[in-house]
Design a protein around this ligand. Sequence first.
Ligand code: TXA
Ligand code: MG
Length: 318
Amino acid sequence: MITQITTDIKQAADALRANQVIGIPTETVYGLASNALSPEAVSTIFSVKQRPTSNPLILHFANLEQAESYIKEFHGELKVLYDHFSPGPITFLVPKTASVPNEITSGSSLVAVRFPSHPQFLALLNLIDFPVAAPSANKYGSVSPTRAEEVLAQLNGEIPLILDGGTCHYGLESTIVGMDGDRVIVYRLGSIDLDELSATLGYIPEIKNQAEQSPLAPGMVKYHYATKTPLHYLRKDLKFKENTGYIFIQSIPQGFPSSPCMTLSSTGDLKEVARNLYHTLITMDGCGFNAIYIEKPLDEGLGLTILDRLQRATAKFN
Ligand code: TXA
Ligand code: MG
């Protein structure tokens, strides 16, 4: 199969109508999308991604009205978050109706729904009349792509089409929220940070994002988002070694040459760090180094999401 990259939204809509699985841009990371109501298309997502079918998929809609017949209950607290953050990088875990196929939720009575803000994806969603299932467009366990060429590098020859929507604005996956009684719970830290959620809700929601804490989110596995090259946190006492890549948050310290070293943001702005993180990991991973070392961000705001991803990425090599 030849994988074509296009900017033609109509062509992408036709491919989805024909139950094909295609790469699509979102404001968070690229997705591997199909018609959620087509069992063969959904099963192709799992096989292309090499993802266990026990790990459910997010449904994407243009707005809450489009999603209505798939959702049994949308709690008022979630509505507050919807009104504030959607369309945008937030996913809601809510009770599903019988219209949601069981393969989508891996048998769970809850479905994850998201209303993306990426203009091309939103335009695409408005052209079709079925929900789009889309996990991130990486092979299971690998780093999520944030550019069309990175989708191509991982899935060349396995999907017919990638809709090119440029570089993803946020660069980290959506924040997943659900309810426990009358309180919002965070199941995955994401592009909307805990401070923003807390300011909107008036309280700090509990985070349940560890596999053992949350059988609800089977994707919260211990090892994920990993490079092929062993990835470790940079320690303060570490000296430069040959054949090793170094990723710093803001600036390259003395004693480290500029060439195998990269920085994530010249100003240290965490939004920019997030936007560049996966791209930098993928770039470094392609350099053939023996190891990659990355500086830890502070554990506040978006730094918590970045740490969550790096924790799961480095865990594989500890
Ligand atoms: O930003 C995003 O959310 C991206 C873009 C493409 O929308 N999508 C994404 O999907 O990150 P994925 O499949 O890579 O991660 C979704 C996570 C998985 O950990 C999955 O287990 C969890 O959401 N999830 C999906 N549906 C669920 C459900 N019904 N119950 C519990 N967890 C669910
Ligand atoms: Mg993913």
